[in-house]
Design a binder for this molecule. Structure first.
Ligand SMILES: Nc1nc2c(ncn2[C@@H]2O[C@H](COP(=O)(O)OP(=O)(O)OP(=O)(O)O)[C@@H](O)[C@H]2O)c(=O)[nH]1
Ligand SMILES: [Mg+2]
Length: 346
C-alpha cells in the first residue's frame, strides 16, 4: 500500500532542487536576494505594496526554487476560469464511490475544520464553487473540481476539497479520507493547511505524522496569513512593513522542524517549501495573496512544471533499533485504530 502510494515526484523534486541551507541563512537570503525583477517600492510609512512582493517574501523555499514571473503567469493562465474550467467533477462521501477509471492527476486540500480550505480553493479556481462558512465542519463530502479543461478535452488536474479534522468533524469522514489518501493512485500531493494565527496544533502534528508513516506526498500551506501580518485587514490592504514580513518568515521558520523533523524515521517528510495565503486580502481585484504560487505548486505536483514524473518505491530508512520506515508502515494497524480519535482531536 505504502509503496504504491508513494510517488517519488515529490521526493525527487525535493532532491533535485538546491540543497537545504541553514534556516537563518535562508531567511536572510530570501529577504535580500529575491528573484523579483524589481525591488518592492516602499510606500509612505515604510510600507511595501502587496502587488510588489515576490513569492520569496511571504513563502519559504528551502528545498525548492520559487517560481519566476513567467511560471506564475503560466499558472494563472491555466487556472483562468472558462466554460470548461473549473468544473465540478464529482462529490462522494465514501472512497469506494469515487470514479476509478480517471487518469487525471489529483491534489487534495486537507486541514483542521475552518482553516480556510474551501475559501482558498475558491480563490485558486477563481470561482465561488466550494461551500464556505464561519462554522466548522461545513464541507462534509469529498468534492473534486477539474481545472484547465478545454472543449472536448479533459481537465489537467483535479482539486479535492475535503472535510476538515478537529472541531465539528466526524470519525467516518476521517476514515474515508484516510482511505483516499492511502489508496488513491491519482493523488499526487496533499496540501495540508495550517492556520497562521494558531500555528501547528497537536492534531496537525498527528496528521503530519500519518502522512510520513504512509509516505503520502504532502506540503504545508499556511492560511489566514493576514492575521500574522497585521491585527486589522485594512492595515494590510495599504501595504506591509518589513517587520510584518519578518513576523511571517519567523513563523514559517518555526514550522520547519515540525514538518521535517530531524531523526524521525516514520517516512518521507513534507516538501521543503511552505506557502502562505490569505483569502481575505487581495493584491488586486480577484488576485488573492499567495494564490499564484499555490497554483504553480499545484501544477508542479501534477507534473506540469516540465519535470518528468517518476513513481518508485520509498527507500527503507533503517533506525537505530533496526526498524525501517516500511516496518513502521507495516505496524500501522495499531496507529490506524487510533485514527478515528485522532481525527477528532482539536
Ligand atoms: N481572516 C481570514 N479568514 C479566512 C481566511 N480564509 C477563510 N477565512 C474564514 O474562515 C472561515 C472558514 O472558511 P472555510 O473556507 O469554510 O474553511 P474550511 O477549512 O473549508 O472549513 P470546513 O469545510 O468546515 O472544514 C470562514 O468564515 C472564512 O471567511 C483567511 O485567509 N483570512
Ligand atoms: Mg470547507
Amino acid at each position: 500500500m505504502k509503496k504504491c502510494l508513494f510517488s517519488l515526484t515529490t521526493a525527487l523534486s525535493q532532491r533535485t532542487f538546491s540543497s537545504p541551507t541553514t534556516t537563518t541563512n535562508t531567511i536572510h537570503r530570501t529577504l535580500t536576494t529575491t528573484a523579483a525583477p524589481s525591488p518592492p517600492s516602499p510606500l509612505p510609512h515604510n510600507k511595501f505594496q502587496l502587488i510588489d512582493l515576490s513569492p520569496t517574501e511571504l513563502n519559504y523555499y528551502w528545498d525548492t526554487q520559487a517560481p519566476n514571473e513567467s511560471q506564475l503567469a503560466y499558472a494563472d493562465k491555466i487556472f483562468e476560469p472558462s466554460r470548461h474550467s473549473p468544473i465540478k467533477q464529482w462529490t462522494v462521501a465514501k472512497f469506494r464511490a469515487m470514479p476509478m477509471s480517471s487518469m487525471t492527476p489529483e491534489v487534495a486540500f486537507l486541514g483542521r475544520s475552518n482553516v480556510g480550505k474551501s475559501s482558498l480553493l475558491n480563490n485558486v479556481m477563481g470561482a465561488e464553487i466550494c461551500y464556505t462558512s464561519s462554522k466548522p465542519g461545513r464541507t462534509t463530502t469529498m468534492n473534486a473540481f477539474g481545472i484547465g479543461g478545454t472543449k472536448g478535452g479533459e481537465s489537467k488536474v483535479l482539486l479535492l476539497d475535503l472535510p476538515g479534522y478537529g472541531k465539528g468533524s466526524r470519525t467516518e469522514w476521517g476514515d474515508e479520507i484516510m482511505k483516499y489518501l492511502k489508496r488513491r493512485k491519482q493523488l499526487r500531493r496533499t496540501f495540508v493547511l495550517i492556520d497562521g494565527q494558531h500555528g501547528i496544533k497537536r492534531s496537525d502534528e498527528g496528521m503530519l505524522e500519518l502522512f510520513r508513516r504512509y509516505a503520502i506526498p504532502h506540503q504545508v500551506i499556511v492560511s489566514k496569513v493576514d492575521k500574522v501580518l497585521a491585527k486589522r485587514r485594512p492595515q494590510i490592504m495599504s501595504g506591509v512593513t518589513k517587520a510584518n514580513m519578518l513576523a511571517v518568515q519567523k513563523s514559517l521558520e518555526k514550522m520547519k522542524p515540525l514538518i521535517q523533523p530531524v531523526g524521525r524515521l516514520e517516512g518521507p517528510p513534507a516538501l521543503g517549501e511552505i506557502l502562505t495565503c490569505s483569502s481575505e486580502v487581495y493584491r488586486s481585484h480577484g488576485d488573492y495573496l499567495g494564490v499564484s504560487p499555490i497554483r504553480w505548486a499545484i501544477l508542479a505536483a501534477a507534473g506540469y512544471d516540465g519535470k518528468m514524473e517518476v513513481k518508485v518505491e520509498q527507500p527503507a530508512a533503517s533506525g537505530p533499533d533496526g526498524s525501517t520506515a516500511a516496518a513502521a508502515a507495516a505496524a500501522v494497524p495499531a496507529a490506524e485504530s487510533k485514527e478515528g480519535s485522532r481525527w477528532e482531536f482539536t
